[in-house]
Write a protein that binds this ligand. Structure first.
Ligand SMILES: [Zn+2]
Length: 388
């Protein structure tokens, strides 16, 4: 009897010891993984994604502040000479997780105008009250300050984005007031890539690689541009992402894709001749679903997405553009209606010009907030409590 009890006790002890050992080993593995992730975050340049090329320097303009400078040399951009990445940001932000979001779409599809409207909204605080975006100074912010002044104050449309160099991102420190969210704070880096990178470059080019190495994509469909050009670009994008990230056939990508149907205000022009009035019905339904274009309620986002899906065959007859994206992104893609100018004057003769237009943008922040939500920020269920 005594021997049996001792044996059971001994077995319990061994099992308990093994469990403690297992818990200790798994705890150590988690600790090591987090330490490695923190080091990776700290050492990775948000612009060029090089690791180990960052060094701290004193900020000449602000004595006492330390700035992180990237010394990576980019040999495949800026012509034959190449150039140093040179990205700089305050050391204060070095340990924050850094998310990259990139624009894609054919040349002239409205990427830059959306990006500058988004920038303008964020610096004015026109976003939900449960988050905060703080602008980080840098060359991207300087360029966008200038473009906002040109486009929104002086009504001069932005010029085409340079193709020769890696674009400087506009950077915001994101703070999430939802304590239950997995992502509480991060640096948001938004890259406005030129349209040529979407339609001409392959996944082996430096610019294209950086465009595809993102935590979310904003792909622009322009109803005024040819369907084949854009359908091919979307198909090539899916192929290139799969190749670059080495995603096996049949597997889905764990990164969100916001497909934006832009220039909504110009829908009427090329389809004015249609006799059944579908364009007017579309505007009416869109205004019914979301009059302000600022709702973040998940059901509103879903209904707007479905509405866009319904009209795509009318806009791009014969092109099932979404088939490849659907299979590759699974549930992590949505269609967003967008106009950085507004739905007003939709049928007027000067609808294509910024001059004399009353600029009332529609649906500007939703793609970014949805992508942040998809990355763990949990901002959507908090509701559409917009400021500004
Ligand atoms: Zn860099």
């Amino acid at each position: 009897m005594f021997t049996l009890a001792a044996g059971i006790w001994s077995a319990w002890g061994a099992a308990g010891g093994a469990a403690i050992l297992l818990a200790g080993v798994s705890g150590a593995l988690v600790f090591l993984r987090r330490t490695r992730q923190r080091r990776q975050t700290r050492e990775t340049c948000p612009k060029c994604l090089a690791v180990g090329t960052l060094s701290a320097v004193m900020d000449g303009a602000s004595p006492g502040l330390r700035v992180i400078h990237c010394r990576n040399f980019l040999t495949e951009v800026a012509g034959d000479a190449g150039e140093e990445c040179g990205f700089e940001f305050l050391e204060h932000y070095r340990n924050l997780p850094k998310l990259s979001f990139t624009t894609l779409g054919a040349p002239g599809s409205g990427k830059t105008f959306w990006a500058l409207q988004l920038y303008s909204h964020l610096i004015q605080g026109r976003y939900p009250g449960n988050v905060t975006f703080t602008r980080i100074e840098g060359p991207g912010a300087e360029r966008f300050d200038q473009m906002v002044d040109f486009a929104l104050n002086n009504r001069i449309a932005p010029s085409a984005t340079q193709v020769s160099a890696l674009p400087d991102p506009i950077v915001f420190a994101f703070q999430n007031h939802n304590r239950a969210a997995r992502l509480r704070q991060c640096l948001v880096n938004l890259f406005d890539f030129p349209g040529e990178v979407t339609v001409r470059h392959t996944h082996s080019s430096t610019l294209r690689r950086r465009q595809l190495q993102a935590d979310g994509y904003v792909f622009f469909l322009d109803p005024t541009l040819p369907a084949q050009l854009q359908g091919d670009a979307l198909a090539k994008f899916v192929e290139n992402v799969a190749a670059l990230r080495q995603i096996p056939v049949g597997r889905q990508l764990d990164v969100p894709l916001a497909i934006c149907l832009t220039k909504l205000d110009l829908l009427a022009a090329p389809h004015r001749g249609s006799s059944d009035g579908w364009v007017d019905r579309f505007y009416d339904r869109l205004r019914t679903i979301d009059p302000s274009g600022e709702s973040l309620a998940p059901e509103v986002i879903d209904r707007r997405s479905e509405l866009i899906r319904e009209i795509l065959p009318r806009l791009f007859p014969g092109w099932d553009m979404l088939r490849q994206a659907e299979g590759f992104f699974g549930p992590r893609w949505k269609l967003f209606p967008l106009t950085p100018v507004g739905l007003n004057d939709a049928t007027s003769a000067n609808a294509g010009s910024l001059v004399e237009r009353m600029i009332e943008p529609y649906g500007i922040c939703e793609p970014l907030l949805w992508m942040l939500d998809q990355n763990g920020a949990a901002v959507l269920p908090q509701g559409p409590t917009f400021r500004g």
